[in-house]
Design a protein around this ligand. Structure first.
Ligand SMILES: *[C@@H]1O[C@H](CO)[C@@H](O)[C@H](O)[C@H]1NC(C)=O
Length: 368
């Protein structure tokens, strides 16, 4: 089963009229001629001197995976805008939408493409890809208290190697983030030998003041796993072990495949369906529990300033402005998203907002 595939609808529409078919053929021919010329040029250049730029530039490309769920595409667009505007690095964005046979959803994916092409984002390097939710069949419990968390796109991060073929290192970001630093810095996060990924520890919160503010938040395995279950006890992981947040991931695809991380994660999803292993009081993200098990003791850490989180936790607890200025990445995990009301620090989010050319996605205060 293919999980990801390019969108073909645009191409199809393009081919509808015969005139355009002819134009298309002409362009293909021209491209062919051009390709031959350029190709020849490179070969010759390679023979002349070793200093050929093109292939190396490809190596320098930073792949960034972000999901764009129907109804909150504006989130992904703001995140992409913030990343793109704060770096000189060559980014390739993988914008992942949900595959659905319903044509309505197809249209949503087209909206996504239009949003990028008809805004200031038109210069970005991107691929729109589809995630096939069929792959999750039998692996998700339907009885969650917060069904919106069961959005299949939450599980895209489990399948990164199926999406990324030509890069060893990749960044995955949740859609409810804003990047204020140069993403190259995050990409340069060192992964220790044998580690397939890096995350932010939930115990590394930068200052005492903020730690105090966050008292009551889950930051240990106990908050995610049901320690009354024998299968969980048998893992031998202390319930007071610090958890990590997989909303920002730097991953090594070689090591990921080598350790069969995807298979392991799927196994722990399946086990949860059979035995209900994960804490039902989960305030957090459903995709977290299997990752906590699979990556226990086997991950590198991300600089805490590269994952300042919990901005969506409560509509009335705020970080200090000074602290937020220093932050490299802000994450509105929690219920209170910055494009909705009520939420905090939404001014920081709105400054990266890219208006929807179709006028469908609106900020909460634009609704009335
Ligand atoms: C990724 O993992 C492989 C296999 O362990 C290793 O050889 C390689 O150096 C790693 N790459 C990075 C960028 O960490």
């Amino acid at each position: 089963m293919r999980l990801f595939g390019p969108l073909r609808l645009n191409l199809f529409l393009f081919l509808i009229s015969v005139n355009q078919v002819l134009l298309f053929l002409l362009i293909v021919t021209l491209c062919g001629i051009l390709y031959k010329k350029v190709h020849k040029g490179t070969v010759l250049k390679n023979e002349a001197d070793d200093d050929s730029g093109t292939p190396e530039e490809l190596d320098d490309e930073i792949p960034v995976v972000i999901c764009a769920a129907a109804g909150r595409m504006g989130a992904a667009m703001a995140a992409i805008n913030s990343i793109y505007s704060n770096t000189d690095a060559n980014i390739l964005f993988y914008v992942v939408g949900l595959r659905n046979t319903l044509s309505r959803i197809r249209q949503v994916n087209n909206i996504l493409r239009k949003w990028i092409e008809h805004s200031k984002l038109r210069e970005i390097n991107f691929k729109v890809v589809e995630f096939n939710p069929m792959v999750l069949k039998g692996k998700i419990r339907p009885d969650s208290a917060r069904p919106e968390l069961l959005q299949p796109l939450n599980f895209v991060r489990f399948y990164l190697p199926l999406l990324i073929h030509h890069h060893e290192k990749v960044i995955y970001l949740d859609d409810d983030v804003i990047v204020q630093g140069d993403i190259q810095e995050l990409y340069d996060t060192a992964l220790a030998l044998g580690h397939a990924a890096a995350f932010s520890d939930d115990c590394d919160l930068p200052s005492l003041q903020d730690r105090h503010r966050l008292v009551g938040l889950q930051n240990t395995y106990m908050g995610y796993l049901d320690y009354r279950k024998q299968t969980i006890k048998d893992l031998g992981i202390s319930p007071s072990t610090c958890s990590f947040n997989p909303g920002v991931i730097v991953a090594n695809m070689t090591e990921w495949k080598h350790q069969r991380i995807t298979k392991q994660l799927e196994r722990w999803m399946q086990k949860n369906v059979e035995e209900n292993l994960y804490s039902s009081s989960l305030g957090g993200e459903v995709a977290t529990s299997p990752m906590l098990i699979v990556f226990h003791g086997k991950y590198s850490t991300i600089n805490p300033l590269w994952h300042i989180r919990h901005l969506g936790w409560s509509p009335d607890t705020r970080y200090s402005e000074h602290f937020l200025q220093e932050a490299k990445l802000l994450h509105w995990n929690g219920r209170h998203k910055p494009w909705d009301f009520p939420s905090v620090h939404n001014d920081l989010w709105e400054s990266w907002f890219v208006p929807d050319p179709a006028g469908i996605f609106k900020l909460s205060h634009q609704n009335s």
